[in-house]
Design a protein around this ligand. Structure first.
Ligand SMILES: Cc1ncc(COP(=O)(O)O)c(C=O)c1O
Length: 450
């Protein structure tokens, strides 16, 4: 029996608790029920077509219902859907690991799988902490350094290293000790820096001072490389990441790059850290790794750290989950890695990046647009009450949300980060589709009632 849309809406609103979603707003919203997807589009139960400009929350890499991914996952489904990774292994995970290692500058790494970005952040932090414990039983290197405005997920370890007040401040008392260091954010720079370089230099100096003072207590540094996505796509000035990595290396402190959002060509290169010629000790991948099909993430750990875990039983890393390295998810990831090597993907990416750069600059002149920030094929458009003074809107007005609901009427799906409108499509989006997104955004902002 087919359940009517009306009943589905009723059941959903009555029984389901949606993530990052206000109860009352959801209750009063004409909610979107997705039925199917094809390429860069999603279709609702009524058959209405939407451009997915949010990439199913930043993970859909190669379009929905992609035949290559469908085939690989279907083939694996006929073999086995899941078997444990604790004490046994399977071909999809081995094949995937080989492919991931081949993407790195050398093969001195080990891959540790999990199911979400947040979990891999936990893994990376725990490994760094245990590394120092194993090297010295009396080690008190237990502080993690992260950047202000970073986001690393929602589990408590990931929240501890997060730097976005609205998501993190409620849980402060439950968190472990960290040091948050300044990160460059020219548009809202507290020191009123005039240039990206000035902003960057200040942040590098404060990072250097923190490491000079506390390096004997620090067990890890974790950063979002090149773009701080969840804070509103704050882009780092060139050279910033390389400078802080060089300082970390001088003090021999493990450097973790969280590429959960930025990995897999989102910022133009396969991994964002490549743009800064650095060699991280741990690389965290998630989201796009399965093309946005199934939950999978990993922390890729260098030999310097992993080799310390070899030896007696107490050197075991006691961590893992029921669905670690799920074979279906691994097979989706294998297909994704095969697809992104294709020439057609590289060509599409190049065209998309230059179209986005052009449209973003034009969008500076739209009503209410205070700042536009992008790298590669991702970006955010920040709306403000007063363009010259940068005065933000009252957050209670929820204007970012209102703009996104209007965009939905135009057949476009995205989600705001406060008053930053997100553009995070598949890397196969065409220049025409990008231009359609911006035309609709311009109209939505022309009609915005403040
Ligand atoms: C940089 C970064 N790290 C970690 C996470 C958390 O990933 P997940 O939602 O899969 O736990 C996110 C999610 O948006 C992210 O953007």
């Amino acid at each position: 029996m087919k359940i009517s849309r009306k009943l589905l809406v009723e059941f959903d609103k009555k029984y389901i608790w949606h993530p990052f979603t206000n109860y009352d707003e959801w209750k009063n919203e004409d909610i979107l029920i997705i039925d199917r997807g094809k390429g860069n589009y999603l279709f609702d139960l009524n058959g209405k077509k939407y451009l997915d400009a949010n990439g199913a929350l930043w993970c859909n890499l190669l379009g929905h219902n992609n035949p290559a991914l469908n085939n690989q996952v279907s083939r694996q489904l006929k073999k086995v859907a899941h078997s444990t990774f604790l004490g046994s292994t399977h071909t999809p995970a081995i094949e995937l690991s080989q492919k991931l290692i081949d993407l790195l500058p050398d093969n001195n790494y080990k891959v540790f799988y999990s199911n979400s970005g947040s979990e891999s952040v936990e893994v990376a932090i725990k490994i760094c902490y245990q590394y120092f414990q194993l090297k010295n039983r009396n080690s008190n290197q237990d502080i993690v350094v992260s950047l202000k405005n970073d986001y690393h997920g929602d589990t408590l370890g990931a929240v501890s290293v997060g730097g976005i007040d609205i998501f993190h401040k409620t849980f402060k008392k439950l968190l472990f000790k960290t040091i948050q260091t300044d990160s460059p954010y020219l548009y809202r720079c507290k020191l009123q820096c005039k240039t990206h370089e000035e902003c960057s230099e200040h942040c590098i100096r404060s990072f250097d001072n923190i490491l000079k003072k506390f390096h004997k207590r620090i067990c890890a540094i974790i950063v979002e490389p090149v773009v701080q996505c969840a804070a509103g796509f704050i882009t780092q000035p060139k050279g910033f990441l390389n400078s802080i990595w060089t300082i970390a290396r001088k003090h021999q402190i493990p450097f973790i790059v969280d590429e959960v959002a930025t990995g897999f060509y989102r910022t133009g290169t396969l991994f964002a850290f490549e743009q800064e010629q650095i060699k991280p000790d741990i690389i965290i991948l998630g989201k796009s790794i399965t093309g946005g099909y199934l939950p999978l993430s990993c922390a890729i750990i260098n030999k310097k750290l992993s080799s310390v875990f070899s030896g007696s039983f107490e050197r075991t890393f006691f961590h893992g989950h029921t669905y670690t390295a799920n074979p279906l998810a691994c097979s989706a990831a294998i297909a994704t890695l095969n697809e992104i090597n294709k020439k057609s993907v590289a060509e599409s990416l190049k065209a998309g990046i230059s179209a986005l750069r052009y449209q973003m600059e034009k969008a500076r002149n739209f009503n209410f647009v205070g700042d536009v920030r992008s790298r590669g094929l991702i970006g955010g458009i920040e709306i403000v009450k007063n363009k010259p003074t940068k005065e933000p809107f009252d957050p209670k007005l929820r204007l970012g949300r209102k703009v996104c609901l209007t965009l939905r009427n135009f057949g476009i799906i995205t989600r705001p980060l406060g008053d930053v409108i997100v553009f995070f499509p598949s890397i196969l989006i065409s220049p025409n589709e990008i231009s359609r997104f911006f035309r609709s955004l311009e109209t939505s902002l022309e009609n915005l009632k403040t």
